[in-house]
Each structure stands twice: as C-alpha cells, then as structure tokens.
Design a protein around this ligand. Structure first.
Ligand SMILES: *Cc1c(COP(=O)(O)O)cnc(C)c1O
Length: 409
C-alpha cells in the first residue's frame, strides 16, 4: 500500500458529526432475561427461550427444521456435516468472506474451491462457478456479502444441472431478499449469525435451517453430539460436535428478532440513499443491487478508479476522513485463499490429511481470483447502521462527491 500524503486540514468538515451509534439492547432484552433467570434450567432443548426463538425465527424464515447454535461458523459447519460431505469432496466458496464460511468444510475434510466474483455486486459470478466445477464438487456455498443477495436464480440452475447442494451463508444478510424471497430459504440450508457485529446479535450465536426432506432429520443431531434428544437414546451413529445454543443467548435473540424488520428497513433506506447520491460520480463505483433484489447493507462497500481520481486509494480515503467520512481502505486484507493457513495448507498441525492421502490435488498457492483481488485493492468500506438519518447520509454523500469531483478535475 502506498504511503498516505496527509491532506490539508479541513476547518469545517462536511460530515460535522460522529458516526451515529444505535442503541442495541434495552427493555426487550431485559424482560426476556429476567423471565429466564426464574427458570430451573438454561438448557436449550425444550427451553422456553429457545422455543420462543424457534417460533419467532419461523415468522421471518419458515423452515421446517431448525437448529439454534453457538455461532454462524457453527451453523455452516452443521450444514456441511448434515450434508454428509465426504473427505475430498469440494464446496465452491467466495474468496471474500469470513473464515467461518470455510472452517466447517475443512473440518469435515472437504475442500473449499474458490470462484471469482462479480465486479459490482462482490458476490460469486455464475460463470466462474461453472468453471471450477469438477466431478468432486458437492455443494455451492452462496455467500451474500454485505447484505447484497447473490444471483440465486443462476446458482440454483447450476446446482440443479450438476446435482449440487446449495448452502446459503446469510451471516451478513439478515433481511435481504432475492426476487422477494428472504435469503436462506432458496438453497438446501440457510445459515445465520448472531455475533456481536451482525444486524441482530446476542454476543455470539447462530441458527441453521433446512426445508429439505433429505437433510432435515439429521440437522439437530449434527449440532448436538449426534444425540437423539427426542428419543432420549445415546448411541451416536456419527461424529458430531456440540454447537448448542443456550437459553441466555436465545433470550436475547428473541428480543432482537422483534427489532429485525425495523433495523433492516432503516439500513436499506440509508444504503439505497447513499448509492443514489453516488450515481454518475467520476471515479466512484457504488455497489450494484440487481433488479428485484433487496439489500440490507451490513456495511457499505464501494470501489474507486484511482486512474480517474488521479490519486491512490489511501490518499482518497485520507481526503474522505478529513471531511468526516468514516471510510476505511479495503475490507479483508487479501482474498481468503491467500491467508497463511491456506498458502501453507496448514489445516491440521501442519498436515492436510485429504491431500496427504491423495484425495485432492488442490494447491492454494496456485489459486487466483483476479476480480476478488481487484475489489480488495480498490474497495472502500464504510459503516452503515440503523441510526443513520437521511440528513447524515446526505452529508456523507456530499462529502464523497465534493472530494471525488475535486480530484477528478
Ligand atoms: C460473521 C460471518 C460468519 C461467521 O459467523 P460467526 O458467528 O462469527 O461465527 C460466516 N460467514 C460470514 C460471511 C460472516 O460475515
């Protein structure tokens, strides 16, 4: 990254107020927790808080089978486990995501295969997905980045054609909809995170759902040591981790779900407004939401063209910050396949059993997704939340416009 030349001090920045911060917890959470401490047990199975979570979650996401769990990472691992992924089988993933998307695949001895991205939505490009399909491909993980839905029409068509399962990683996309359908309901599994940073949160938690006849029966066992809670027997047929949710987490999640629609509507309004304010601005490429899709803006992710702006990204971000915009250069530091753990195939104490046993020839040092790499090189992220008024967003838009128009002259 180039060194930042500090822009001249701005006496009255256009964004003349700190980033608005929402109040995230309050009476609704307290009421739930107060009722909870009177319970004799805090165990999830048949727990009143967890049962309420299941009921309320279904109002937003009508899944037949659900398992509330300890994190978004756990929800994805449970999906991969319930799929009965076999060692060496491949799951197609995005190179711009959280490690949580790939952790479960690797623990099940599967092989994450990286597809490249659409340059404007930052989601997997269907053409690239097709190019990385092999006889070992078992599933596509559709990761709806930043709240922007993937092209599920194309992904489901590819999956059908090649008989692949689809796992939707909805950790960043609470409330997002693809052609009217909430994300998570279109694939075989929908996976969600309640970690502290997501739209709604309980500190750490997650939930996974499926409407599939084939995978539904195994879902809950897959996050609970393969114990059969309903039958009460203890003779596990398979190896499965303990990823259970607990009552304190569920209590907070129920209260949070009550706020979901409002949070999502406000974020969509703020994000859409900012995108509209950045149209036709030289050198600035706001994110694109495909026609008919609904973006819930977990954060705001735009790109720039440094050639048009005649400056580096670092310089542009410094100018934005001088105008009071909470802009950050980039998102994750590099595509996931470039992380040390992948470059060294250091998945299990320095070894990678599936490769050592000849079940895969994958070499992550050879992987290249040029669009993903470019997005991370010229991308700029900004916080976006439900406390941001139109007036605040208008200031942010005006600041970006002022800086870009001056530089692009
Ligand atoms: C946050 C996140 C996860 C993991 O969720 P945790 O609850 O932190 O384990 C997975 N995928 C994506 C895209 C995420 O943003």
């Amino acid at each position: 990254m180039s060194t930042t030349s500090t822009p001249p001090p701005v006496l009255s920045p256009i964004v003349d107020e700190p980033v608005p911060q929402p109040v995230r917890w309050g009476d609704a959470e307290l009421e739930r927790l107060a009722a909870m401490v009177k319970q004799p047990s805090l165990f999830y199975y048949n727990g009143p808080q967890t049962n309420a979570l299941l009921t309320d979650f279904r109002k937003h996401y009508p899944f037949k089978n659900l398992f509330p769990c300890s994190s978004g990472t756990a929800s994805l691992h449970i999906a991969v486990g319930a799929l009965r992924l076999r060692p060496g089988e491949e799951v197609i993933v995005s190179p711009i995501t959280d490690m949580g998307s790939v952790i479960g695949v690797l623990y099940q001895q599967g092989v994450p295969v990286f597809a490249d991205l659409d340059p404007r939505t930052y989601n997997m490009d269907p053409g690239s997905i097709r190019r990385v399909i092999t006889p070992k491909t078992r599933a596509i993980m559709a990761i709806h980045l930043a709240g922007n839905p993937c092209d599920m029409t194309a992904i489901l068509a590819i999956a059908k054609e090649h008989n692949l399962a689809v796992i939707e990683d909805c950790a960043q996309s609470w409330g997002s909809r693809h052609q009217g359908t909430p994300v998570g309901l279109m694939g075989d599994f929908g996976c969600y995170s309640f970690n502290d940073f997501k739209h709604i949160a309980c500190g750490d938690g997650g939930i996974v759902g499926t409407n599939s006849e084939r995978y539904g029966a195994g879902l809950s066992k897959w996050g609970d040591k393969c114990y059969d809670r309903a039958g009460g027997t203890r003779d596990p047929e398979e190896l499965a981790p303990n990823y259970r949710m607990s009552e304190p987490q569920s209590a907070v999640c129920v209260a949070q779900l009550g706020k979901l629609d409002d949070i999502v509507a406000r974020r969509n309004r703020a994000g859409s407004l900012l995108t509209s304010l950045l149209q036709d601005l030289p050198g600035v490429l706001p994110p694109v939401t495909r026609e008919g899709n609904y973006h819930s803006y977990w954060f705001y992710f735009m790109r720039i063209d440094p050639a048009v702006l005649k400056c580096t990204r670092a310089e542009f971000v410094a100018e934005l910050r001088a105008q009071g915009v909470a802009a950050n250069a980039g998102y994750i530091p590099m595509p996931v396949y470039r992380y040390k753990v992948f470059q060294n195939h250091n998945f299990f104490g320095g070894a990678w059993p599936v490769r050592d046993c000849g079940l895969t020839t994958m070499d992550y040092r050879q992987v290249s997704c040029p669009v993903a790499a470019a997005i991370l090189e010229d991308g700029i992220t900004m916080p976006l939340n439900q406390a941001m008024s139109d007036r605040y967003i208008e200031k942010v838009g005006r600041a970006i416009r002022t800086v870009a128009e001056r530089l692009a002259k």
